[in-house]
Design a protein around this ligand. Structure first.
Ligand SMILES: [Zn+2]
Length: 754
């Protein structure tokens, strides 16, 4: 009893101290802002109207609007007219990119039985746009090479590298075979890449109901989830090498740009790929024999899952029209009244694979609502201090084309002027999610505390915090969230339009949205429609309004900030945590490797194996050396001192009431927003020079999934110790440059306080 009471007191004292700290902290933040900031935001909110979002969502999703389609163009022109009507200086910027569309798609089982895959998503009477079959892109994977192959089938689970290790232990080789992999666990483009690396000649992707279908809930149209005919389209280019138009790496695909010949493009798949539904996958999987799959490989189809190879033998033929198609970005600008050469950039794509009500229009209509409200402020005489740029991207689905080509075309100007890039994409009912450069973590936290959750009436920050505490796996993890004044933002990998800004130019970026209570099941299918979204996505569009309030606050606060609200302490603490992770990764690998080699040496695999089954021991590995992390540890120490010193002197400045001259302020802010540029290197990451950010990158073998400290982490994962040692020094130098910039910012303030 006594102990419980003590704990409560302590908890109360801690909470009380935190309250004082938080209110002190938020006063500091607020005092930096324009004194009328709250008034401006109140006014901004008064322009937002869910009925406008709904009307725009219905109009933009009325027809399929993939790259190069007539309705894609019509939508771009409609979006342009909206920006103009709200007072923005807007134009369409068109690029010309390689975008293959299907000409021939054949998938048939030739033995032991005949089955021809239907490769179609049938119209449903409950879904009015599903009848537009003439306008729809057929089910396919863009940037699969053309091919006509026949071979025995092998089931490879998710088709990630560790799955092939399992196959090897069963003595199964996919050389000359066609693999069938389920969607999930990695980005889809990784699956054919790994299959080809292992010698497969073709790759079939399918949505298993365990991951995406009736296992999750009732299927469409009764419920939301993927029905047996639903197919996930999508790009299979090797995007972790570079994004954008595959035929114009590093340069904008403008009218007169030189395009690589298709045969010279390195990021197309090496083998033909086709996505199918679980209706089409069932007869194929049912015709496999060979070993029964491990438990973790089992899906939810009513069969015993076997690996093969065969006896199922399939014929796969894929041919595309390899045409150059127009990509229409809509760019809207509002010039800054004080710092016209400092740009706050906001974007969301407008192209879809088919009707795309959720992906991307749910985010697009919220973003347009922000632009409308900012236009409303402008008409009332308000002017942003910094230039605001709103971008409705085209060509995101095939490979972030609209954003990447724009970034590559305007790279020099953006390096000079871009303060931040704020991205959104699909949106729905639920909880705030935010990925970002960690210098922006506290900025996002502050905004999230000022937005009311439409369902609960508390702030979206409090609601997310409650969920995070409940979801935390251990008492320690719960306590950490409870005592932390900020909610951590996740690191950015890839999968939407922030990639070229953050990872190709080093522009501090954020990706925001709501979700978790909306029901899925229609990703990249014809059933991602207005009818589906209004039942399962966000029926009242109130979370669209929440997104507009979030995006709007981030844009307005960044545009009008006196001193840009970058927080280097958060960044330093995050890097320290990443260092601990890569050290632990190395130590764990060392122990696992030692254990494995001991087990091999002592014949344990053979002794334990079931003699009625093929069970080969895994390959032995060379011992893991001790790496010298000291350069990185010293650089992080340095960074922490620089970050602390800056934060301290910034607080002193705010308390002193002293003001920086307009010239000093301009210099200071320029240093602050360009710090992220110093996190890039000229050479880029090993084997992929397009990706130049040394802290955040999509994984070479995860795709969307982020790898932080990617040069170091991936070298360790690939057991390339020399490269890991080199990368430790590269990252250490990068962080030292970053700290040097923070020190310059500190010096400017120091001079004023003297
Ligand atoms: Zn999207």
């Amino acid at each position: 009893m006594k102990i419980v009471f003590r704990l409560r007191i302590d908890h109360y004292v801690v909470s009380f101290l935190m309250m004082i700290f938080l209110s002190f902290n938020s006063r500091l933040v607020f005092s930096q802002q324009n004194s009328s900031q709250k008034e401006i935001e109140k006014k901004f909110d008064s322009f937002l109207n869910p009925a406008d979002l709904k009307a725009r969502l219905e109009k933009l999703s009325a027809h399929p609007h993939h790259v190069g389609s007539p309705y894609d163009k019509e939508n771009a022109e409609y979006i342009l007219s909206l920006y103009k009507s709200w007072g923005w200086d807007a134009h369409i910027e068109t690029f010309y990119a390689l975008f293959p569309t299907p000409k021939t798609r054949v998938l048939e089982m030739v033995s032991p039985e005949k089955y021809t895959a239907i490769l179609k998503e049938p119209p449903l009477k409950e879904d009015k746009t599903s009848f537009q079959t003439d306008e729809q892109l057929p089910t396919y994977n863009a940037y699969s090479i053309d091919g006509d192959v026949t071979g025995e089938l092998v089931y490879v689970n998710y088709g990630v590298p560790s799955d092939y290790d399992e196959l090897a232990r069963r003595g199964i080789d996919v050389k000359g075979k066609i693999v069938i992999a389920r969607y999930g666990a990695s980005w889809r483009g990784i699956k054919p890449k790994v299959a080809a690396e292992h010698g497969a000649v073709g790759c079939i992707l399918y949505s298993d109901p365990k991951d995406d279908g009736f296992y999750a809930g009732d299927v469409y149209p009764k419920g939301s989830w993927r029905n047996e005919y639903g197919v996930q389209r999508g790009s299979v280019a090797d995007m972790p090498v570079y994004s954008g138009d595959p035929s114009t790496p590093f340069v904008g695909a403008t009218k007169d740009a030189k395009h690589l010949a298709v045969k010279d493009i390195t990021i197309l798949t090496k083998i033909p790929v086709l996505p199918i539904s679980y209706h089409d996958a069932l007869p194929l999987l049912q015709s496999l024999n060979g070993p029964v799959v491990p438990d973790s490989w089992k899906g939810a189809l009513p069969i015993t899952y076997h690996i093969g190879p065969g006896p199922a033998k399939v014929h796969l033929k894929v041919q595309s029209d390899w045409d150059i198609k127009p990509v229409n970005d809509v760019i809207a600008m509002m010039k800054g009244s004080v710092y016209p050469d400092q740009w706050v950039i906001r974007g969301n794509h407008h192209d879809g694979w088919v009707n795309g009500a959720e992906d991307p229009l749910s985010g697009q209509v919220a973003m347009l609502e922000e632009a409308k409200a900012i236009g409303g402020l402008y008409k009332n005489g308000w002017r942003p201090k910094r230039t605001i740029v709103y971008c409705s991207w085209d060509g995101e689905e095939p490979g972030l084309i609209g954003s990447t080509e724009w970034v590559e075309t305007h790279a020099d100007e953006l390096k000079q002027k871009a303060v931040v890039y704020i991205n959104s994409d699909s949106n729905g009912r639920g909880f705030l999610f935010a990925g970002a450069s960690h210098t922006l973590q506290s900025f996002i936290n502050d905004a999230a505390k000022d937005i009311t959750d439409p369902e609960k009436g508390i702030s979206v920050w409090e609601r997310l915090r409650a969920k995070r505490i409940l979801d935390a796996p251990t008492p320690e993890a719960k306590k950490e969230i409870e005592t932390n004044k900020e909610l951590k933002v996740s690191a950015l990998g890839s999968g939407s339009d922030y990639t070229p800004f953050l990872q190709h130019l080093g522009i501090a970026s954020m990706n925001i949205g709501y979700g978790g209570e909306n029901e899925g099941g229609v990703y990249h299918s014809v059933y991602d429609s207005f009818d589906h979204y209004m039942r399962f996505g966000d029926p009242t569009l109130e979370y669209g309004i929440a997104l507009a309030k979030t995006g709007g606050r981030l844009v307005l606060r960044m545009a009008d900030a006196n001193i840009l609200p970058f927080n280097f302490d958060d960044f330093a603490n995050t890097i320290l945590a990443y260092l601990a992770q890569v050290k632990k990764l190395t130590n764990d690998m060392r122990e696992t490797t030692n254990a494995l080699n001991y087990e091999l040496k002592n014949n344990l695999f053979e002794e334990a194996a079931d003699p009625t089954k093929i069970s080969l021991p895994p390959k032995s590995e060379a011992p893991v050396p001790y790496l010298n992390f000291a350069p990185l540890e010293n650089a992080i120490d340095n960074l922490q001192h620089s970050a602390d010193a800056y934060q301290k002197i910034k607080n002193e400045l705010l308390e002193s009431g002293k003001k920086l001259s307009p010239g000093q302020l301009a210099d200071l802010n320029k240093i602050i927003f360009r710090t992220e540029r110093t996190l890039t290197t000229k050479e880029g990451l090993p084997g992929r020079p397009w990706y130049v950010h040394e802290i955040y990158a999509p994984g070479l073998y995860t795709g969307y999934g982020v790898k932080t400290l990617p040069g170091i982490r991936e070298s360790i994962e690939q057991r390339n110790w020399d490269e890991a040692t080199r990368q430790i020094i590269v990252v250490a130098n990068t962080l030292n440059n970053f700290s040097g910039e923070i020190n310059k910012a500190t010096e400017i303030i120091k001079a004023v306080l003297k």
